[in-house]
Design a binder for this molecule. Structure first.
Ligand SMILES: *Cc1c(COP(=O)(O)O)cnc(C)c1O
Length: 425
């Protein structure tokens, strides 16, 4: 009998049987039968320490021996308290309050509910819609689907089921763009805000890097401009750093490139080093303090059963300690150097007729093609070379674990590049 496991985003009629992973070590996982594959996307970008990191494994084991779970409703525990303090310390100045949940999508749901209730409690109940960007991806739950790109967001068939929000065009200026060059993108945001600010409660964005929507990158000037527009129109700024957080763009958080503090920030994926599902929604005093009041409507009505799970908090604390002690930002810079040299600056790749663009930011690189058909067979080609790639749509990308060595990084970029410039069967 075939396995009853139903896989994500899988086409049931054409899917090939999923290879079975039996273990992993560092940047590689091992399949039943012994095949070892270098994971170029570190399990959808969360396994930033790679597999079986001894310190993370031990942190979970020790915590399991003390306390596996207790609900945060009316109780607290050390791992949650310590992790919240650490997150306040490392995130942009002013994010002083931490609401835990169990996944990136739920973390974003929490952010949106917080924004709506914030305005409600300030006497502005009409500000109950979101402003979001084309090419955005914020998660797969209903509330999140409604703020993903309506066409490319994998959710168009659900449009009748979803609440309606406002969309602005995706930013077009590159990471290196000047302040002048982002003005057109900011004008597009202003345009929507001028028309609809009375019903817009928050502007949502994946800062600098729209990940699942096609690895679209933009400039820190765009973040600063968005911050100013939010002040002008009394709209909260929400940064979804689920993908960009914990070093992916070259700084600890994408917000750090722009010296901007959002009103609300969401973290997940890399938070626990990928070892357990968890998320955190951080808020400033301004947002938090609006919830201090006498009416019963002042309570924030949300509470996932597993919020602040001690195992997840403990492994997140260990993940952060390793990140700092082992100079991950330095490692990311080294990986970035390889990605720039081998992909961005490779003329044969850039000029290849099938290639539309090659972009690199931090420990992220993407080859965008004109036609998705150009990538058919690329994953199998890479696997022949011991590399696990998972292209989607028109994007062949890598977001490696930060412990990936230079040689392995070159092995990954080689598999990506050779698909175009040599060796294709
Ligand atoms: C992955 C992702 C999410 C959703 O996180 P899940 O843990 O899969 O629910 C939300 N936002 C961004 C930017 C993501 O990359």
């Amino acid at each position: 009998m075939p396995s009853p496991v139903w896989h994500p985003y899988a086409h049931l009629k054409t899917q090939s049987p999923a290879p079975k992973v039996v273990g992993g070590e560092g940047p590689r996982f091992t399949l039943e039968g012994g095949e070892s594959l270098l994971d170029a996307t570190c399990s959808w970008w969360c396994m930033i320490h790679g597999y079986r990191h001894p310190r993370l494994v031990e942190a979970i084991q020790r915590q399991a021996d003390e306390l596996c779970h207790v609900m945060l409703g009316g109780l607290t525990h050390d791992p949650a308290d310590r992790l919240a303090r650490e997150l306040v310390r490392i995130t942009p100045e002013g994010l002083n309050h931490v609401f835990f949940s169990d996944s990136g999508s739920v973390g974003m749901e929490v952010a949106m509910k917080m924004a709506v209730q914030y305005h409600y409690l300030r006497g502005k109940p009409a500000k109950h819609r979101m402003l979001t960007l084309m090419k955005a991806y914020h998660g797969d739950t209903a509330g999140c689907m409604a703020v993903c790109d309506p066409e490319e967001g994998m959710h168009s068939l659900f449009s009748g089921f979803l609440p309606q929000h406002h969309f602005a065009p995706a930013p077009t200026a590159a990471f290196e763009a000047s302040e002048e060059e982002v003005q057109a993108d900011l004008e597009a945001l202003r345009h929507v805000l001028e028309a609809h600010h009375e019903e817009i409660g928050a502007l949502l964005m994946e800062p600098l890097l729209q990940a699942a929507g096609g690895l679209n990158m933009t400039s820190p000037h765009y973040l600063r401009g968005a911050r100013a527009l939010c002040e002008e129109f009394d709209v909260l700024l929400v940064f979804d750093e689920v993908a960009t957080g914990f070093g992916r763009t070259g700084r600890l958080f994408a917000a750090d490139h722009a010296d901007v503090t959002p009103d609300i920030m969401v973290l997940s994926k890399g938070l626990t080093g990928g070892y357990l599902g968890h998320a955190a929604t951080l808020a400033t005093d301004r947002v938090h303090d609006a919830f201090i009041g006498d009416s019963e409507l002042h309570a924030f009505m949300h509470g996932p059963t597993f919020m602040g799970n001690p195992l997840a908090c403990r492994v997140a604390l260990e993940s952060l300690a390793v990140f700092e002690e082992d100079d991950y930002l330095g490692r990311i810079q080294t990986l970035n150097g390889v990605l720039c040299e081998e992909l961005r600056d490779d003329a044969a790749l850039r000029d290849h007729p099938e290639v539309a663009d090659v972009r690199v930011l931090g420990a992220t690189a993407v080859i965008e093609v004109h036609d998705a058909a150009s990538l058919e067979g690329a994953a199998a080609f890479a696997r022949q070379r011991g590399v696990w790639l998972r292209p989607f749509g028109r994007w062949l990308y890598t977001m490696p674990a930060y412990i990936t060595g230079e040689d392995d990084m070159r092995r990954i970029t080689g598999a990506m590049k050779d698909w175009f410039v040599s060796g294709r069967p």
